[in-house]
Write a new protein. Structure first.
Length: 96
């Protein structure tokens, strides 16, 4: 009988801890995306009137670019600068 309340208490302590990391992962993803787009802008110069979102959408419209951005993000997570810059260098600039 005493194990049921103990299990309920344990579940109440574990579940919030699991969900607490989710917003931080979203924030980390956004920071990585901003860094990748900032570095892509070094090779692909967008027009002045193009918003950040529109620029990102133009880059990600190409399937190969999506893969290269994914590779760059993975390399960033693994702290592998060589692979990061190789992936950034393979991104094709869209017509602006």
């Amino acid at each position: 009988m005493k194990t049921t309340p103990l299990l309920c208490l344990l579940a109440c302590l574990v579940v919030p801890a699991t969900y607490a990391s989710s917003p931080l992962q979203g924030l980390q993803f956004e920071q990585q995306k901003m860094q990748v787009m900032k570095d892509v802008k070094k090779t692909c110069t967008p027009s002045k009137n193009l918003s950040e979102t529109d620029f990102a959408n133009k880059i990600l419209a190409n399937e190969d670019n999506k893969r290269h951005v994914r590779d760059a993000t993975l390399a960033m997570e693994r702290n592998n600068q060589k692979n990061y810059w190789d992936a950034i260098g393979q991104i094709q600039c869209p017509d602006m």
